[in-house]
Design a protein around this ligand. Structure first.
Ligand code: AMP
Length: 280
């Protein structure tokens, strides 16, 4: 695995790969890798000549300083996991390398960014768009792989690629879960044993709610899931939304959408967990 810490080193490595007509599958991450990340990487490796991964804890997408400071950073373990999935190129820049100048770009995603994560984490998706666009320009991937765990992020990235005609194919990948249903997340490491034991109730509440589609309206389903989450006193839900899976707008009637999902963000102890499941 070639490790590049500078944009120049990465640029040279990518130039060489492209001259050899190699297709590049790219997985951008913030590290503290788990099976969810590794699944994306295995798929990228199997569908392309080369696998490129970035690890960069992107300060401008955090709207909570403590979340940024306490975000897990485990470079050596990550490196071993990357070797195990056959990663060819790792790009792991520091903050100055990624942002030598203050960031001024402002991206607009219309209604996509006014709901859920966009509404509760001001500036978050702009930070995501800035870093992903820069990474795409540096890595020049054929395909880039993103998890449905961050479903709204995936929609934002698709809009970015479409809006700027970026020459990359976005590949959505299903959420990878622990055996008890908890969506894998780097932030799960920060849960206490008791918090970890109850965290799967988030997924259980969403999937049970989704199964009630024939007896509840979208709004009734939203309230049902919220009430279910409130039954666990350690949970502090920020929102539950039942939305059209294509534009992420709250759904009034089931017939209004070709497919729908239910989404939530829940504070549990020191962390904020997000999850979503398909309804149909
Ligand atoms: P992160 O390091 O959290 O920024 O995530 C990097 C990529 O991995 C994003 O595309 C995430 O959506 C994806 N990802 C994170 N957790 C999971 C999971 N449990 N299942 C599938 N993809 C995931």
């Amino acid at each position: 695995m070639l490790v590049c810490n500078t944009r120049k080193a990465l640029h040279n490595a990518i130039d060489e790969s492209l001259q050899g007509q190699k297709s590049i599958g790219f997985v951008p991450t913030m590290g503290a890798l788990h099976e969810g990340h590794l699944e994306l990487m295995r798929r990228a490796k199997s569908e392309n000549d080369l696998l490129a991964v970035s690890i960069f804890v992107n300060p401008i997408q955090f709207n909570n300083r403590e979340d940024y400071d306490k975000y897990p950073r485990v470079a050596e373990t990550d490196r071993q996991l990357l070797e195990s999935v056959g990663c060819d190129i790792l790009f792991s820049p520091d903050e100055h390398e990624m942002y030598p100048e203050p960031v001024k770009e402002r991206y607009h995603f219309g209604a996509l960014e006014t709901v859920m994560e966009g509404a509760f984490r001001p500036g978050h998706f702009n930070g995501v768009a800035v870093v992903v666009k820069r990474l795409f320009e540096l890595v020049r991937p054929t395909k880039a792989y993103f998890g449905e765990k961050d479903y709204q992020q995936l929609a934002i990235i698709k809009a970015l690629v479409e809006g700027y005609h970026l020459p990359v194919q976005i590949v959505p990948c299903p959420t990878v879960r622990e055996a008890d249903g908890l969506a894998m997340s780097s932030r799960n490491m920060r849960l206490s044993p008791n918090e970890r034991a109850i965290a799967p109730k988030i997924y259980k509440a969403l999937s049970k709610a989704a199964s009630l589609r024939n007896v509840l309206s979208p709004e009734e389903m939203r309230i049902w899931a919220l009430n279910e989450l409130y039954k666990t006193p350690e949970f502090h839900p920020e929102y539950v939304e039942v939305a059209d899976a294509s534009n992420l707008q709250p759904l009034q009637h089931w017939n209004d959408a070709a497919s729908a999902r239910i989404f939530t963000a829940v504070h549990l102890g020191p962390v904020r967990l997000i999850d979503n499941v398909p309804i149909f």
